[in-house]
Design a binder for this molecule. Structure first.
Ligand SMILES: Cc1cc2nc3c(=O)[nH]c(=O)nc-3n(C[C@H](O)[C@H](O)[C@H](O)COP(=O)(O)OP(=O)(O)OC[C@H]3O[C@@H](n4cnc5c(N)ncnc54)[C@H](O)[C@@H]3O)c2cc1C
Length: 394
């Protein structure tokens, strides 16, 4: 990265200096926003409802587009220490266990990484502490007023800017955009981590009719598993719960022996109903903005939910730093982000269909992928250039 480019978030002083910023939600998006604003001289307070900063234990793929923003805030070395560098993505026939193609990730700059969600939260939280961010735990914000003020445990708060980074069930979103109930997407996902020392650093996408499974290794010899099944309804109370690993194995009873071997090692699993909203029409009002899942929850089939939240946070801070007027800053933020996010979410939805094909369609799609992998593997990655090559730091 050259010196001129470095000036975007870390070094440039601008209109964020001296601003007070209140952030509802201390997940990946909230902490990233806290760090970006604090580095630009804002006084930042994060209000997180949980008693500790934590992430339900599972893996996360940080793609180069998200990594660029993290690197610009000085987190490259910490990420390297906490993650594995991905070498390839390998679509697999989940019935036969054979690879369909192999697409190289080893030349991605910055690297494409596999990391524990909790490790990413730790990296962000340590950097936030270093940058002077105040994080209040056990601090659920129940209601937001139209002027961006809210009641915190130690009294009423009225920051210059209020950010809703409070996830798919956001209370902040309800304040600034048409109220919508999250809808069930017709997919459920089991997540599990098993021991698998020595696995090659490759993401495998195991495709089966009406199901797929994504596996990739994590540091310390673990393997992350996300197994997705199409279902008509989600009848359980709540969004996720622990499930009997036997149900996961039963759902993949006709899969290849490799999948059965992996699932045989699962001792504990959580089952998620995958819900989302339409992408919010408005991402801001007055001095309040939303980001990440609060603005645009996505299916996880492009590994972009956290990456988009990271990009949002960076662009929001950058835009506020460039504008004296908060309204102008937030309008520019939405303009910079919304079309890209809509495109990414559409691509994730398309993956849901492509991974789950059956019969003749499946045969044709796998044959196409096989040919592409043999004759023009670079073309596959080039098609994702709009996603991975995007650089929010310029
Ligand atoms: C199965 C699965 C696999 C995934 N894999 C990937 C992947 O590989 N790569 C990727 O980029 N993304 C992935 N994602 C998506 C990613 O996890 C989310 O998109 C991302 O975590 C969104 O970050 P966020 O900060 O917007 O919201 P969240 O992570 O949901 O954080 C919101 C925070 O706000 C807090 N909060 C909520 N309400 C309040 C309140 N009223 N007051 C105070 N605090 C509150 C919550 O406790 C939470 O800490 C996956 C998702 C799933 C379900």
């Amino acid at each position: 990265m050259n010196a001129a480019k470095r000036s975007t978030a870390r070094l440039e002083t601008g209109h964020n200096a001296g601003r007070s910023v209140g952030i509802v939600g201390g997940g990946i998006g909230g902490l990233m926003a806290a760090l970006a604003f604090a580095r630009q001289g804002a006084t930042v307070r994060v209000y997180e409802q949980a008693p500790a900063l934590m992430a339900v234990g599972a893996g996360l793929q940080i793609t180069p587009n998200g990594a660029r923003a993290l690197h610009d805030l000085g987190l490259a070395a910490a990420l390297d220490a906490a993650s594995l560098t991905a070498q390839a993505v390998v679509p697999m026939d989940g019935l036969t266990g054979r690879p369909v193609a192999r697409f190289d990730l080893s030349h991605q700059i910055p690297p494409y990484r596999f990391i524990h969600r909790a490790a990413l939260i730790d990296v962000l939280a340590a950097a936030c502490a270093d940058a002077g961010v105040t994080i209040r735990l056990d601090a659920q914000i129940r209601e937001l007023h139209p002027d961006g003020s809210f009641q915190a445990a130690d009294g009423p708060v009225r920051p210059d800017l209020t950010i809703g980074a409070d996830g798919v069930k956001s209370v902040v979103r309800g304040q600034i955009t048409r109220a919508t109930e999250p809808f069930f997407t017709g997919q459920v996902a089991w997540r599990a981590i098993i021991k698998q020392p020595g696995a090659d650093p490759v993401a495998r996408i195991w495709m089966l009719p009406d199901r797929h499974m994504v596996t990739y290794p994590l540091p310390d010899g673990m393997m992350n598993i996300v197994a997705v099944q199409a279902r008509n309804q989600w009848a359980k109370e709540g969004w996720h719960h622990t499930d009997d690993p036997g149900n996961l194995r039963a759902a993949f009873a006709d899969a290849s022996w490799e999948i059965k071997g992996l699932l045989g090692a699962v001792e504990k699993t959580n089952l998620w109903g995958l819900f989302r909203h339409p992408v919010a029409e408005n991402w801001w009002q007055g001095s309040v903005a939303i980001l990440g899942d609060a603005a645009h929850p996505t299916l996880p089939f492009l590994a972009q939910g956290a990456n988009l939240a990271i990009e949002d946070a960076y662009v929001l801070a950058k835009s506020c730093n460039q504008h004296a007027d908060v309204g102008a800053a937030l309008a520019a933020y939405q303009t910079a982000r919304r079309a890209r996010v809509v495109r990414a979410i559409a691509a994730a939805n398309a993956n849901a269909r492509n991974y789950h094909l059956s019969g003749l369609q499946r045969h044709v799609a796998h044959t196409g992928l096989r040919v592409l992998g043999r004759v023009a593997p670079g073309a596959f990655m080039k098609r994702l250039g709009w996603l991975y090559d995007h650089d929010v730091t310029v």
